[in-house]
Design a protein around this ligand. Structure first.
Ligand code: DGT
Ligand code: CA
Ligand code: CA
Length: 575
């Protein structure tokens, strides 16, 4: 059974929750939680390393004991500790832990006081008004629990793109090895690089008699089979991710690919164009008076309605058809266009590697420069830098650059934007740097006017280059801040500073819509990894996905420029 980093992280997260319910040592609990985060965000598949008999990379906070557990999970999908905790606690506790706003401490109290040990029991207790009477709960929390339960029912779980990618890549490779299989493509929102996906839609072309349908249902990550026919099947994987598979004949592959890539709104618009030309478009092809005129390739589908091929990331019915008709489609930025990375961390703060290690990994990733941008002192949990430590790092980078070839380290900082919009370090500490990345890490819930003013003031400070993860959202965890985006984008334009697309899988911030707003207002966007380890450069592709969904071309992205071209641009913001 293939095990992915997300599975390992989920096991550690569950262990942390269950240990907390049992009242275990807080340090031990935190160790599991940190490990879950570290593994979950890692840009390299640990099970592959374990499977190849390779040693695990040294990761901070992951000592021999946790490393052994990672090995155990890679092999068995679970570990003895989790199994023991399952025996000691009611099975539904794990489900309760997933209800937003509950958390281990509350779950434990509900369990002890009301004997609530299933989600249904929780719903009943909340509905009967019994939860508000518990000390430490109250009416507000009871209402929140009911809301969370209703939302759970209404909105099925969506998977972060990077997490879905782990499952998709493994399944795609597995299907491609089935005898007779000619082509496998993961279509749907995944192919359009949406930040989250509801399910995977896989298209397969195979020779007659290929056992692909049976093999799909027998894939060992499958938890249950929802439907299985000769040409279509749906399964749910152990992770909860649903996968729909379609077997299509070669002459329909392009039409099916177009149909199942979506979006639905885009499909409807294309179908209408077809109707206007007297042809019928569906997932089997393009038909004129019952005979197929196109459908083998996607290009043929678009050509049949008089359009050039449109990249999947644009297919949201947000003007792409009109642009295609006028020959005005953007030439979307690609991963290969990136020349550098302008936001990352090292061991000096909460990163896992030395500057040198990060530089060499960036070079391997095909980059020519990278900016070290540590947290500033206010972020004590990340051991943020004060002016003295920053000065020391600047010296270290100068020395390192003399020794390195083929890669240049730029000097930066991720300075904390204080609640009043001031920066966490004085101008005297910032002025020797190549760039200043500013970011909000606190008070995300300020009212719109205050929050907007705070960010505007920060961007207006003397040294300010890039606004990092501008909205502050964390997918599935924290909403974007409430700010006047147009004012911020226009202020960036006036001030000559840039906005970031942070490529971390749970950020993807700016999102697609705000990328496009930046472009339309003439503001450059930096696509940055915010790497905390040498593996994280692998996340840049997800940032590029958002940039492409936001119609960005290479010229719209700051770090597609060579070192020589970017230096004067950065220097302008540092004066
Ligand atoms: P998701 O899974 O919620 O992240 O989003 P999608 O876009 O992958 O949606 P999904 O899985 O329901 O369907 C895959 C594609 O199939 C969708 O993007 C477009 C196509 N499709 C599904 N239902 C319809 C429909 O009723 N009409 C048309 N024209 N296309 C549809
Ligand atoms: Ca889908
Ligand atoms: Ca689907």
């Amino acid at each position: 059974m293939p095990v992915h980093n997300a599975d390992i992280a989920a096991v550690f997260e569950e262990i942390a929750g269950l240990l907390e319910i049992q009242g275990d040592n807080p340090f031990r609990i935190r160790a599991y939680r940190n490990a879950a985060r570290t593994v979950g965000e890692l840009g390299r598949d640990l099970a592959t390393l374990v499977g190849a008999g390779k040693e695990l990379p040294k990761l901070p906070g992951i000592g021999a004991d946790l490393a052994a557990k990672i090995g155990e999970i890679c092999e068995h999908g679970t570990c003895a500790l989790l199994e023991r905790l399952h025996r000691e606690l009611p099975a539904a506790i794990t489900e309760l832990l997933k209800v937003p706003g509950l958390g281990p401490r509350r779950v434990k109290r509900l369990h002890d006081a009301l004997e609530v040990d299933t989600v249904e029991a929780l719903r009943r207790a909340a509905g009967a008004g019994r939860i508000r009477e518990l000390p430490g709960f109250g009416e507000k929390i009871e209402a929140r629990i009911l809301e969370a339960l209703a939302a759970r029912k209404a909105a099925p779980q969506r998977f972060k793109l990077a997490v879905a990618a782990q499952y998709a890549a493994a399944l795609e490779a597995w299907l491609a090895r089935v005898p007779g299989v000619r082509k496998v493509t993961v279509a749907g929102s995944y192919r359009r690089m949406r930040e989250t996906v509801g399910d995977l839609d896989i298209l397969v072309a195979a020779t007659a008699g290929s056992p692909v349908m049976a093999r799909f249902a027998a894939y060992d990550e499958v938890k249950n089979v929802l439907a299985q026919g000769e040409t279509r099947a749906s399964v749910v994987l152990k992770s909860g991710l649903q996968v729909d598979l379609r077997l299509v004949p070669p002459e329909s592959y392009g039409a099916a690919l177009h149909y199942f890539t979506g979006s639905k709104a885009h499909n409807i618009a294309v179908r209408r164009l077809g109707q206007a030309r007297g042809s019928k478009i569906n997932e089997y092809g393009i038909f004129r008076r019952e005979s197929r005129v196109a459908g083998e390739t996607e290009e043929s589908v678009f050509a049949a309605v008089g359009l050039p091929w449109i990249p999947p990331e644009l297919r949201e019915d947000r003007g792409e058809i009109e642009a295609a008709r006028k020959g005005g489609l953007p030439r979307l930025v690609t991963l290969g266009d990136l020349k550098g990375d302008l936001h990352l961390h090292t061991k000096a703060t909460d990163g896992h590697n030395t500057i040198r290690e990060m530089a060499l990994a960036a070079k391997t990733a095909g980059l020519a420069y990278l900016a070290v941008t540590e947290h500033s002192r206010r972020l004590t949990v990340a051991r943020g830098l004060d002016p003295q430590r920053l000065m020391k790092q600047i010296d270290e980078i100068d020395r390192l650059n003399e020794a390195l070839s083929g890669i240049t380290v730029l000097k930066g900082i991720e300075v904390d934007i204080l609640e009043d919009g001031g920066l966490d370090l004085p101008d005297s500490a910032l002025k020797g740097l190549d760039l200043v990345v500013g970011a909000v890490h606190s008070a995300f819930a300020l009212p719109r006017r205050k929050q907007t003013g705070r960010i505007l003031r920060a961007m207006g400070s003397r040294y300010f280059t890039v606004l990092a993860h501008p909205s502050g959202r964390l997918l599935g965890e924290r909403e974007a801040m409430d700010v006047d985006w147009l004012r911020i984008v226009r202020a960036a334009k006036e001030r000559g500073c840039c906005l970031e697309v942070n490529a971390q899988p749970d950020r993807l911030d700016l999102d697609d819509v705000r990328c496009r707003m930046a472009k339309e207002e003439g503001v450059l966007v930096a696509v940055s990894s915010d790497a905390h380890s040498t593996f994280d450069f692998a996340n840049l592709k997800f940032g590029i996905g958002q940039a492409r969904r936001g119609w960005l071309e290479a010229k719209d992205v700051l770090n597609t420029r060579s070192l020589k071209e970017i230096r004067p641009l950065l220097a302008k913001t540092m004066g």
